[in-house]
Design a binder for this molecule. Structure first.
Ligand SMILES: [Mg+2]
Length: 283
């Protein structure tokens, strides 16, 4: 035995040490169990699993772009010499590109609400994928001399426009240039882009995952009001505006919480539950 080895503990200290170790170990198990339960009950799981795994999700994207092509073909058929040239206006996020690695990261980090700071950090890495059917549709537009204008509302500071354009180029979308990209940093109102494009083009069709991409009217903080506006405009869906699915974010979230990016609080989790039980069987 060297001089550095501790002297043997008295019996009473050994028992106390053993009790402390067992308590610590039990607390460790309990905290791991709590963490596991929390991660498995994350309210974002179903929506993100659908975005990551459902062939139906990708088929809906193809369906949207097949319909968009039909609308462009109909506009071309009606187009007369001397008419303004045709254009398509499209939203960017969740319309032409998907952010699946961002959502996967959020889930891995056990986040159950959109996280703007993580989004801003993730975005410049270009870990986006093209929505199925998007690129082929826009290339078809280019082949028929129909110009495509990309309109997005993002804010990653001074480099916002540069990052957005880099993503379009990374995915090799046609018309990925300064003249075909509108980036609104301070507002989600995309109307000015539409008004600008309409000066020189007839709009064949618009695309988005948010009804606000079509009309600013939908920027309202009331679920029922938004729903009745949607019914008012029902003849436009699939005609002037083609909607892509998005179950994780958008102004439908704002209508529920009063905020497009609600904080991850228990109060907001209760509001989410209330939204999910607006109609519920009494049992
Ligand atoms: Mg979008």
């Amino acid at each position: 035995m060297s001089d550095n080895q501790p002297a043997e503990l008295p019996e009473i200290d050994r028992r106390r040490l053993l009790a402390l170790m067992l308590a610590g170990s039990a607390a460790g198990v309990a905290s791991a169990a709590d963490e596991k339960d929390e991660s498995l009950t994350n309210s974002l799981l179903w929506a993100v699993a659908w975005k990551q795994s459902a062939a139906e999700y990708f088929a809906l994207c193809h369906q949207a772009y097949n319909l968009a092509r039909l609308r462009v073909d109909q506009a071309l058929a009606k187009h007369q010499p001397g008419d303004k040239p045709l254009a398509v206006i499209t939203d960017v996020d969740d319309t032409i590109l998907h952010a699946r690695s961002y959502w996967g990261y959020l889930i891995e980090q056990n986040r159950d609400f959109f996280d703007d700071a993580i989004w801003d950090e993730w975005l410049p890495h270009n870990q986006v994928t093209a929505a199925p059917g998007a690129k082929a549709f826009f290339e078809y537009c280019r082949s028929r001399d129909v110009e495509v204008f990309y309109v997005t509302n993002r804010d990653q500071g001074e480099r916002t426009f540069e990052f957005a354009l880099a993503q379009l180029r990374h995915l090799e979308f046609p018309f990925a240039d300064d003249g075909h990209l509108y980036v609104f940093r301070d507002t989600s109102n995309k109307t000015p882009a539409k008004e600008e494009v309409e000066k020189s083009f007839d709009i064949a069709v618009m695309l988005g995952d948010n009804l606000n991409d079509y009309r600013r009217d939908y920027y309202v903080k009331d679920v029922d009001e938004r729903m009745s506006l949607m019914e008012r405009d029902h003849e436009h869906w699939g005609r002037d505006f083609i909607l892509l699915p998005n179950p994780t974010d958008g102004h439908w979230v704002r209508a529920i919480f009063g905020d497009s990016e609600p904080a991850p609080t228990d109060e907001n989790r209760q509001i989410l539950k209330d939204a999910a039980t607006r109609i519920a069987w009494g049992g």
